[in-house]
Design a protein around this ligand. Sequence first.
Ligand code: AMP
Ligand code: GLY
Length: 433
Amino acid sequence: MPQELPLKILVIGGGGREHALVWALSRSAHTDILCVPGNPGIATLARTLPIPVTDRAAIVQLALAERPALVVIGPELPLSLGLTDALQHHGLRVFGPTRDAAMLETSKSFAKEFMRRHEIPTAAHAVCTALAEVAEELPRFQTPVVVKADGLAAGKGVLIANSHAEALAAARGLFDGTLTGAPETTLVLEQFLTGEEISFFALCDGTTALPLAAAQDHKRIGEGDTGPNTGGMGAVSTDRLLPPALQATLAAIAQRTVDGMRSEGTPFTGVLFVGVMLTPLGPMVLEFNTRFGDPETEALLLRLETPLLDLLNAAVDGFPPGFAPSLSRDASASVILASAGYPASAEKGQRITGLETVPATLDPTAVHVFHCGTAEGNSGELVTAGGRVLAVATAAETLEAALGKIYAAVDRLHFPGMQLRRDIGHRVLTKPT
Ligand code: AMP
Ligand code: GLY
């Protein structure tokens, strides 16, 4: 019998999300995974190569040399630079949207105008390209009003203003570059919404949006949702987040988005991450992301019953009739361990200890430590190398059980200045059922 050749997969990215993606892909037999640039955690499961995710030419060159059967793009930055387009140009199979389809995430004005064109429920908005326009539009908005930079701003481009004067000052800071470090040419003003914030993930093949799961991130650094915004300090995924009727509404929103993109000549293939506010008037879309969320993915993938590789392949080839991802009905969670100073800064090079107490395994109900920002120190020891350092995650029959296992493991992990929230999941856990 000829031996089955391993299936080569190239994963782009080097954070906790990509560690979880590589872990889930490695559960399929006969895979040979390469990851760019990867990290020390990923390096235990895949070959890693130190190429920056923004180096499109080098990644294309690598892909042409290695000829992977599938390329999976994790972060938004390479999507915004057209990495999918460049790889597809050479005949490679890519999971991740083209540059034009990624505009649902990379341009907030595009996303808002798209939602208006396709009657997708969202907050009232105005697109402004000059301060005078902001001053003219502001009286139409009640306070608080949200002022957003148009492009990717790594969480720094959204400001909530309690008065019109504050909104005008925020707009000035975005236009002149003092707020994000680079001057913005386009802003979006948006009506402030109140309610519960949920992330909804759908897998898309250009024609169909298949619901994956809902998750809830915890964006603020402090317990009780206080303090500055971060990339996310932990996430939960459970069916308790969404009653079935709401789940159907969000699935319909994802499908309408995919239909709209296809009708505009920019079909969407990849993960559509719909950020939603559950308002008293019904769900309203806050934003689209065109990739897996971080730290939602570290939790969500642990609930997946269909092999991730089968899901991504089906999305790239077009879903066969009757295809549907299968998720366990139980719950999962991820808790981020962050560096001192995060989110304003990040103290790096601190030694991480205790990892040997959480052994690596393919079992989703064991506790996993996904590496977000780690590096190998001078003598081979593991050190911190970013704001978010580790994501500790597991799945269990209940959210309470999952969180109990995670926090027990967290108590065995350490690095100087380690910050974490001990209240991940508090909104779901205190919600009346
Ligand atoms: P975005 O990148 O557009 O999702 O904005 C980042 C965060 O700002 C969201 O996750 C919300 O917490 C908050 N936000 C954005 N838009 C609004 C809005 N219209 N009303 C209330 N909060 C908002
Ligand atoms: N957790 C939010 C994001 O991935 O954008």
